[in-house]
Design a protein around this ligand. Structure first.
Ligand code: ADP
Length: 792
């Protein structure tokens, strides 16, 4: 703090103090300080501070000494303006520095005014801004240069069809030329700074390039590759690309520059070039061959010439043959002039219309012979053919003019412009097709009769197409299914009206018919759609091919009455058989009692009579049991009681039984494999028993019967093979039918009802097995049944 000033300190002293402070302040700045006369003519003082030349004494030469001549005009103009307006002078301009070189200053001078507002002095400072200015200038130059460079690059990169681009180390595009932008269909703003993925590259493609960029970052070596991807307009193209590392001054990878070239066309050229050169090679070879051949050919020409002469003769013969053929086929030919309607015909045409050869014959006359019913149709076709080039292939009946004969004629014509261009010639043939036509009509009538017969027999008919299961049914058939005769009915609707007990097997058999071509023949129940009536029907169908398409066609007829009769009959048989069993059992009991009683006596005659009675009773019991089985089967009461057992043990039991009771035949049970099955032991035993009994029954005494049991991984097989009389193929196909017996001379001497094999086949099919027969007449029969092994 300063001491309080003395009240008597003079003004002069105060001014001196202020001046000293001011000076100190000015000293402290590094700027040039100067003062000038009011009109700037005289530089009163200039402290150049090493930057400008000092002016210790007032000088009027300061402009030429300090200001750079190029800026003088500008400086003067500014001085004038500031003097006029008495405002602060402020300007950046070039100066001549103390060392005589050019420099830059930022100069500011303030006008000092007297109490009247007149300028008495300018007091100013000037700063050395040379370094800043030269930096700015250098920057500006650099900018101009870089702009030039950029323009140059732009011009180069935008005029090439190649794709040029730069990635930063984060895989972002920092540059993309116009061709690449075009290919993406994007703008610079949309795509720069974005990654490959963001610019629409497929993930595999982006990933591939990113890996390559990583590799370049690591190895600092360029990578070249080929890739194929879609172009916005041109579709899928092939590109050849090269990625190059951009290194900074320290040799580090700073960016990755890429160039890609569309080589699709080049590839194509290369390929075509290759194939052309191959072709060229081939042509050359051909040429060599051809030369050789040419010589040979010249020799051959002479031969061919001869041949030609001969062929010409043949053609002539051919033409004659053609004419003869026309005559033989008895075609008539005709010609119509499209303008004059002149009608030229041959004798045969006239004959077909009942005209004589020498008579005049016009189109109108020809039309007049056509029956009234057909005339308008033929006339219209004819006119349309001549004047509109319509097709002309017509069949019509004609009554001959003189002979009054009815003929069916077919005429085919063709319109052709005459080479003169003046008219068209309508030419053609006409033939007598009466016989074929009438035969066709006959077939139609026969079909109609058949339809009537089918109707009369009460048969419903159907057709199912293999491709799309389109179902066509006759009205009668629809009524069986409880639909109205004219109501639409689909295949699915038909199947769903079939009684659930049969539905699956009917559908499966239809499919089998389609896939294996098997005949379909089934009896099943239908529940009426509207009337809900239960009907029994028999359906028979077969697969046919019509016009290259597969169809399943057939007939259905109602058998409800017959079926109900059968059911009644079965019920009756069941009842009777059942009633017969009780007395039979008593009789059997009595006989056994008697057998025991006479066992110890000498009465052999009586004893053997009892044995025979016992044998007959056994036969009768077996028969009755058979009938009972049938009735159970028919009414669906057959039950399969499955258990696991070994088929071989069952066969061993059968072996023991037959060995004990049969002395008439040689029975061989071998090989008998051990095989476990899940089945109804009693019923399978019944089947085996039946087959062996039949073999004994139908083969001569003393002959051999072979029984075998084998298996594979799916089935067990049992064969019963005899050397008997065998079965004819036509019988073999029915042998498993109910009550079927082979008709022959000694049939009546062998007892039976034809139910044994029927029962066998039913039992086996209830086990999802199969039974079949191979037989040769006079040699013997081989019955085989199979049972599936893997059943739960
Ligand atoms: P049946 O009680 O009449 O024997 P099946 O149903 O067992 O009834 O046999 C039907 C018919 O098949 C027999 O009538 C017979 O003509 C013929 N048949 C069955 N087995 C044989 C066989 N092993 N050899 C020749 N014919 C046979």
């Amino acid at each position: 703090m300063s001491k309080p000033s003395n009240h008597h300190t003079s003004d002069r002293q105060r001014i001196a103090e202020t001046e000293a402070r001011l000076k100190a302040l000015i000293e402290a700045t590094s700027d040039v300080v100067y003062s000038l006369s009011p009109d700037w003519h005289e530089m009163r003082e200039l402290d150049g501070r090493g930057f400008l030349k000092d002016a210790n004494a007032p000088s009027t030469k300061w402009r030429s000494e300090n200001v750079h001549e190029d800026d003088l005009e500008m400086v003067n103009a500014k001085i004038e303006e500031c003097i006029r307006e008495k405002k602060i002078f402020q300007l950046e301009h070039r100066v001549l520095r103390a060392d005589g070189t050019m420099g830059w200053t930022s100069s500011k001078a303030i006008p000092i005014l007297d109490e009247h507002g007149e300028i008495i002095e300018w007091f100013g400072t000037a700063k050395d801004i040379t370094p800043r200015k030269s930096a700015e200038e250098a920057l500006e130059n650099a900018q101009v240069k870089s702009d030039q460079q950029k323009r140059l690059y732009e011009t180069v990169t935008s005029s090439t069809p190649d794709l040029l681009y730069v990635f930063d180390l984060d895989y972002r595009f920092t540059y993309a030329n116009q061709a690449l932008l075009n290919m993406w269909g994007k703008t610079w703003e949309d795509s720069i700074g974005k990654t490959l993925l963001e610019n629409g590259y497929e993930p595999w493609h982006a990933e591939m390039h990113e890996k390559e960029i990583d590799q370049i970052k690591e190895k600092k070596l360029p990578i070249r590759g080929e890739v194929s991807f879609p172009h916005a307009v041109l579709g899928r193209r092939v590109y050849d690309y090269i990625f190059t590392p951009v290194l900074n001054e320290y040799g580090e990878v700073e960016a990755i520059a890429g160039a890609t070239r569309d080589v699709t066309d080049r590839k194509k050229w290369e390929e075509s070039l290759e194939s052309s050169s191959k072709a060229l090679h081939a042509v050359n070879e051909e040429l060599a061959n051809t030369n050789n051949e040419l010589e040979a050919t010249i020799k051959e020409v002479a031969v061919v010439n001869d041949e030609l002469t001969k062929a010409n003769a043949k053609i002539e013969e051919g033409q004659i043959a053609f004419r003869l053929a026309v005559n033989a086929a008895n075609f008539g030919t005709w010609f119509v002039h499209s303008i004059t309607r002149e009608f030229i015909t041959d004798a045969r045409s006239k004959e077909l219309f009942g005209y004589r050869e020498d008579e005049a014959f016009s189109i109108e006359q020809a039309l007049a012979q056509i029956t009234d019913e057909y005339r308008p149709y033929v006339t219209e076709k004819l006119e349309n053919a001549i004047y509109n080039n319509g097709d002309y292939d017509v069949t019509y009946p004609v009554i001959g003019l003189h002979d009054n004969r009815l003929r069916w004629l077919r005429a085919i014509g063709n319109l052709k412009a005459d080479p003169s261009g003046d008219f068209s010639a309508f030419t053609g043939i006409v033939m007598d097709i009466t016989e074929q036509y009438l035969a066709g009509e006959e077939i139609k009538r026969a079909e109609e009769n058949l339809r009537m017969a089918v109707d009369a027999a009460g048969l419903g008919t159907f057709q199912i197409s293999a491709d799309d299961r389109i179902f066509t049914a006759s009205p009668k058939l629809k009524t069986f299914f409880g639909f109205h005769p004219d109501e639409p009915m689909s295949y699915e609707a038909a199947i769903s009206q079939i009684h659930p007990d049969f539905r699956k097997s009917v559908a499966a058999n239809v499919e089998r018919a389609f896939s294996e071509g098997t005949r379909f023949d089934m009896e099943h129940q239908i529940i009426g759609y509207h009337d809900e009536k239960l009907r029994w029907v028999r359906a028979i169908g077969e697969v046919h091919h019509k016009k290259g398409k597969k169809f399943f066609t057939g007939v259905i007829h109602e058998i409800t009455e017959k079926k109900l009769d059968e059911i009644r009959k079965n019920d009756f048989i069941a009842m009777v058989s059942h009633e017969l069993k009780t007395p039979l059992t008593s009789v059997k009991g009595y006989i056994q009692l008697m057998q025991r009683k006479f066992a110890g006596t000498e009465d052999n005659v009586f004893s053997s009579m009892l044995d025979k009675a016992d044998f007959q009773i056994k036969k009768m019991t077996a028969m009755i049991n058979g009938f009972l089985d049938i009735s159970r089967l028919e009414s669906g009461k057959i039950h399969i009681n499955r258990e696991m057992f070994n088929l071989s043990s069952l066969l061993r039991e059968a072996e023991e039984e037959f060995m004990a009771t049969t002395s008439s035949h040689i029975l061989i049970f071998s090989p008998i494999e051990s095989v476990k099955i899940n089945a109804d032991r009693n019923k399978i035993g019944q089947v085996i028993h039946n087959l062996i009994s039949n073999a004994i029954k139908y083969s001569p005494i003393g002959s051999t019967i072979h029984v075998t049991c084998t298996s594979d991984h799916e089935f067990a097989y049992v064969h019963v093979k005899d050397n008997g009389k065998g079965i004819k193929p036509e019988d073999a196909s029915h042998i498993f039918d109910r009550y079927y017996r082979v008709e022959n001379d000694n049939m009546h001497s062998i007892s039976g009802f034809g139910i044994g094999l029927y029962l066998c086949s039913e039992i086996i099919s209830h086990h999802q097995g199969n039974i079949s027969l191979e037989s040769e007449i006079g040699k013997g029969s081989d019955f085989v049944f199979s049972l599936p092994l893997n059943v739960d």
